[in-house]
Design a protein around this ligand. Structure first.
Ligand code: AKG
Ligand code: FE2
Length: 270
């Protein structure tokens, strides 16, 4: 039987615990809980690259170990390692673009969780919902509202509904401004530290046959404080025939929307 290195869970790795139980093993298997499956898929794709041209482009050079290849070959006689290898140095800090991509990735995971709950609430086929949204279109908008000398005469973001299925909004510096229209009245949504606001958009209204209404909202400005918000928009795949879910049309429901191709839906507001 192969010996196994000791297991540790991430939560048990407090300094005191780790010092007291320092294992004689030089390595330890850490159970971190979150294993990024998407990375494994991409890695497999990468190593199955058949394109000679692409491989040549990524090939290591004698003065740079970064890239694809086996630079540990020092003589024709040596026994070669039976592996392909890709080596890349990572910058110590993420760039703004990388941070934005990471944020979008986390928001997509959250959007899919929320869509899963909505599928259960609407009693729609979860597989159909998954296929519609898993490779959906995602976009991000960052809004910066400057203090305005005459806030009552200006509006930060005019009233609109988002064209997507779900919007996840984060308000950075706890400055109020977002308002939603309920029964004809504009209601302020208080900015709570670390809270995300989830709004349903036009696609969700169509898909749910009007059960979930899109949210009309706007952003106001104020005279002393700037305000920052970031909205990530999540829509279904572009090749979806968008219409109400089949179980939501027919009695007791009236069909409120016809199906049409998603690419015709306006994306002006997300
Ligand atoms: O800044 C806000 O609170 C709202 C932003 C918004 O509605 C949008 O970007 O679509
Ligand atoms: Fe919006």
């Amino acid at each position: 039987m192969n010996p196994r290195s000791p297991f540790r869970s991430l939560s048990s790795m407090s300094g005191a615990y780790a010092a007291k139980t320092r294992p004689s093993w030089k390595s330890c298997t850490l159970l971190a809980g979150i294993v990024p499956g998407f990375f494994q898929v991409e890695m497999k794709k990468f190593f199955s690259l058949q394109l000679e041209e692409e491989k040549r482009r990524l090939w290591q050079t004698p003065d740079n170990q970064e890239g694809l290849g086996q630079l540990f070959v020092v003589s024709d006689e040596q026994k070669l390692d039976w592996s392909d290898l890709f080596y890349k140095k990572m910058p110590p800090k993420l760039s703004f673009r990388e941070k934005m991509e990471l944020y979008c990735h986390e928001m997509k995971v959250l959007a899919m969780l929320i869509l899963g709950s909505l599928a259960r609430a609407l009693k729609v086929d979860a597989v159909m919902m998954w296929e519609m949204f898993e490779d959906g279109v995602q976009s991000i908008r960052m809004n910066y509202y400057l203090p305005c000398p005459e806030p009552s005469k200006a509006i930060g973001f005019s009233p609109h509904s988002d064209a997507d299925a779900l919007t996840i909004l984060y308000q950075f510096n706890y400055t109020d401004g977002l308002q939603i229209r309920k029964d004809g009245i504009w209601m302020p949504i208080r900015s709570i530290p670390n809270a995300l606001i989830v709004n349903k958009g036009d696609i969700m209204e169509i898909f749910s046959n009007g059960i979930y209404r899109n949210i009309e909202h706007r952003a106001t400005v104020n005279s002393t404080k700037e305000r920052l918000s970031v909205a990530t928009f999540y829509s279904c795949r572009l090749d979806t025939d968008l219409g109400p879910a089949p179980n939501l049309v027919g009695l007791p429901f009236f069909r409120l929307f016809q199906s049409s191709s998603t690419s015709r839906t306006s994306t002006l507001r997300g």
